[in-house]
Design a protein around this ligand. Structure first.
Ligand code: FAQ
Length: 318
């Protein structure tokens, strides 16, 4: 780099940091440090992949929903998740990578997606637990992201959070109704909570001391709160919801602390988390296979869309 380029990069860096400090949003055409662009692309593409892979555990129950109304609600929710994926892919494309390239990274196993979707959905109550806990965790995380420094990401989060709120209420209602049912239904709801509680806490990522990306992301106001702060916020809002419908959080160390006004909780199994994000969770291989199959089966749709676009172009040029 020659001296003139070095000086202008320093100036741009200073102007960028000043914009961040003033709380201004960064837009696609603004100058941004390469590291900021890369970190956002990593985070946004992982987020988009999570929405898309997240359709699989719930899609598993569409044909077995216990009533027509439940089926309609579940289909709508799964469709919403597809929409969120497309929304966030579009936002990520503004950072200079094609959607097809991002999807390729997912299909070849190069890209990560949320650990939570590598757990199986064994009973109908899991649809309640996912809506209540997984969408609940997503809302806590995404409400903060709606105020993040990158404009397209922040704006995408506004609509997504509204829809996640509906999902969260739907999930909680499924759990509440089961808890008013038979002994078997209550046990089914408790079992779903037992299985999904700890993996939901892992969604917020490693503890702050072991979160290598947080330093930069917080400096740039992509993350406004740390992984541990958001996890605590989720616990504080979810425990009373469980108690209100007679569910027991599966954590013997869970205790309200009157001084801090937060719940204390037990140790998260980070070894399990590390295994899941390294590809060795209960359903990693299945999800990989399912996503690749779905992509291959959708080839004719992409071909048809390309043929139609080419025809339209010819027509317009004539
Ligand atoms: N799963 O340094 P950090 C949803 C990785 S959407 C897998 O702390 P960062 C909607 C991380 O990538 C759910 N990997 O990382 C829905 C990094 O690896 P890398 C998705 C994880 O980025 C509901 C390494 O560990 N939401 O649920 C996880 O600062 C129902 C070190 O970690 C988002 O993506 C994990 N849980 O913080 C859909 C929100 N945690 O890339 C269907 C946006 C960490 O260096 C049904 N993302 N890792 O190789 C974020 O807020 C952040 O990226 C975190 C991670 C908080 C997830």
């Amino acid at each position: 780099m020659n001296e003139a380029t070095l000086n202008s990069t320093q100036q741009s860096d200073e102007a960028f940091n000043e914009s961040i400090a003033k709380g201004k949003t960064i837009e696609p055409k603004d100058w941004m440090p390469e590291k900021y662009r890369k970190q956002l692309l990593r985070m946004m593409s992982q987020h988009a992949h999570s929405e898309v892979v997240g359709m699989l555990p719930e899609g598993n129950w569409i044909t077995r929903a216990p009533s027509l109304a439940r089926k309609v609600g579940l289909i709508a929710k799964v469709q919403d998740e597809a929409g969120h994926g497309l929304y966030i892919y579009s936002g990520a494309e503004t950072l200079g990578m094609d959607r097809s390239e991002m999807i390729d990274q997912l299909l070849t196993g190069k890209a990560k997606y949320s650990s939570i979707f590598n757990y199986p959905t064994l009973t109908w109550a899991d649809m309640g637990a996912i809506g209540w806990l997984v969408d609940g965790a997503a809302i806590v995380n995404q409400t903060a992201l709606a105020k993040c420094s990158y404009g397209p990401y922040a704006r995408a989060m506004i609509r997504i959070c509204k829809e996640e709120n509906f999902h969260n209420k739907q999930g909680y209602q499924i759990m509440a109704i089961l808890m008013q049912g038979t002994k078997e239904q209550k046990e089914m709801a408790q079992d779903a909570l037992n299985r999904f509680w700890w993996p939901s806490l892992m969604m917020f990522g490693p503890s702050d001391a072991h979160s290598p990306n947080s330093v930069d992301l917080m400096k740039w106001k992509v993350k406004l709160y740390s992984n541990d702060d958001l996890r605590q916020r989720f616990i504080d809002r979810t425990v009373p919801q469980a108690e209100a419908i007679g569910l027991r959080i599966p954590d013997d160390k869970l205790k309200w602390n009157e001084t801090t006004r937060h719940y204390e909780f037990g140790e998260i199994n980070w070894e399990e988390f590390n295994q899941v994000i390294s590809g060795n969770g209960p359903c990693n291989r299945l999800r990989f296979q399912q996503r690749n199959d779905a992509h291959s089966k959708g080839q004719w749709v992409r071909d048809a869309a390309s043929a139609y676009a080419a025809k339209q172009q010819q027509k317009n040029a004539a």
